[in-house]
Structure formats: structure tokens, C-alpha cells
Design a protein around this ligand. Sequence first.
Ligand code: ATP
Ligand code: MG
Length: 247
Amino acid sequence: MSTLELSGVEKSFGAVQVLNGVDLSVSGGEVVGLVGDNGAGKSTLMKAITGVYSTDKGRITFDGIDITNLDPGKRREMGIEMIYQDLALAPQQDVANNIFLGREPTKRLLGLIPCFVDKSRIDVEAQEMIDRLGVQIPSIHIPVGMLSGGQQQTIAIARALTFKPKLVIMDEPTAALAVREVESVLNLIEQMRSEGIATILISHRLNDVFAACGRIVVLRRGNVIADLKRDETDMSEVVSYIVGAHG
Ligand SMILES: Nc1ncnc2c1ncn2[C@@H]1O[C@H](COP(=O)(O)OP(=O)(O)OP(=O)(O)O)[C@@H](O)[C@H]1O
Ligand SMILES: [Mg+2]
């Protein structure tokens, strides 16, 4: 059974039909590349999976459970994490706080009323995650805004992984990175795969997609027009699907 299954998913904004009956499945331990031209519907599709957008038709299941009508918070609790292109980090806050942003553990006053943010636990757990991932940063106490783009990307990944997701969706994680930084992000993705996480990687950079993904799905005008095994295709075939040379 796949971790994530979409069947016949449709979404329109007013008169504009953006998703036209998308079928897609992703399993644990698999990295799927989602590619397609600007405006093909990739980000919309991912937001339909996380629940940020409701869908008009079709069905989405996760671990065999119908999540089509669940809100984003519930889907997140079930293990769906998305890392947005803008990363949604707080630049002035330190690395540790960013990893727990919005989901801070609290301490109970007299063991009863939860009220204090448990900063020492945040620091300990953030450091553990950074060490486990082998992320190279000077300290968990420096503001995220002072890190390089690649380091910030790895912090966003660390943040997603802290909550033990089963599915991680990444929108253009390598778009703005230097070569060495791309490599460390791709290594992290491989580490996630080996731990059994299902990953969807949206990218315009086909080199990265071919390096990281075992399967490549091409979206065109809101349809999945190709679902290819990496080892059975090549870049020129993928490009021909992206630009619509296959009709
Ligand atoms: N909230 C919205 N309201 C109206 N139209 C939208 C909305 N979001 C997306 N669209 C439209 O849906 C289509 C698909 O957009 P989407 O952002 O999903 O594409 P994409 O494949 O992610 O493109 P890119 O590679 O440029 O990020 C576009 O034509 C876009 O204008
Ligand atoms: Mg997009």
C-alpha cells in the first residue's frame, strides 16, 4: 500500500481549472520528483495534499485513511509536512527556536498548567536533530537570518523532520543554492529516503531531480502526463513531456 494516494483530484479557481483529475501515489522510502512548466499546477497540487486548498473532486488517502476533507492541522498530525519555497523561517530567532517554531514544547507550572515555553528542551532536541542530520552550522544559538541559503534550507528540513513525518513535500529546495549546498540538501533527502520517509520533490532543476528521485512525475496543465522510473528515462524525454512534445 502506498503512503499517499490521489485519485481523480480536481481543483479550480473560479473558472480556471488548475487540476484536472490527478492520480498519484507515493510510498515510504521513495523520492518522487514532480516537474512541469510554470503554472502546470505543482504547488496547487501540493497544497491540495497538505489541505491548504480544498479540492472539488477526487479522493486523497494517507496510510489508507481518507483525508480528503481533513484540515491542514489534522493532516500534519498524521505526518504530512511541507517545506515551502520561502521556508517560512523567522530570521531574527535562533536555529533552535526555528526548528520548533509554532510547535514549542511547554513546561507545566507546578506540573499542572502548561505555560512556559521549555527553552532548554528546545535547545537539547534541536541540537540532537542538527547532529543526527550532520547539518553544518556554527551554533544553534545564532539567528537563522545570518546563515547561508543552503544552511537555512537544511534548518527548514530539520524542522520538518523533528515531528517525525511520513511524507515530506519540498517546493524548490535547491533553486537558490550554491553547488556545495545543493549537495548537502540532496544528501539529506537521501537520508530521509533511507529512513523510510516518502518525499515529493518539486524542482525545475532536472539535474537535482535525476540525482535524488527514483521516479519522476510530469504535470502539464493540471494532468499527470508521465510517471517515469528514473532508470528507464533520461533528461531529454522528461523535457519533451514538460514542453508538451508528446501532445
Ligand atoms: N489562489 C489562486 N487563485 C487563482 N489562481 C491560482 C491560485 N493559485 C494558483 N493559481 C493558478 O493556477 C495555475 C497553477 O499554478 P501553480 O502555482 O500550481 O503552478 P506551478 O506548477 O507551481 O508553477 P511554478 O513552477 O511557476 O511554481 C496558474 O495558472 C495560477 O495562476
Ligand atoms: Mg509552484
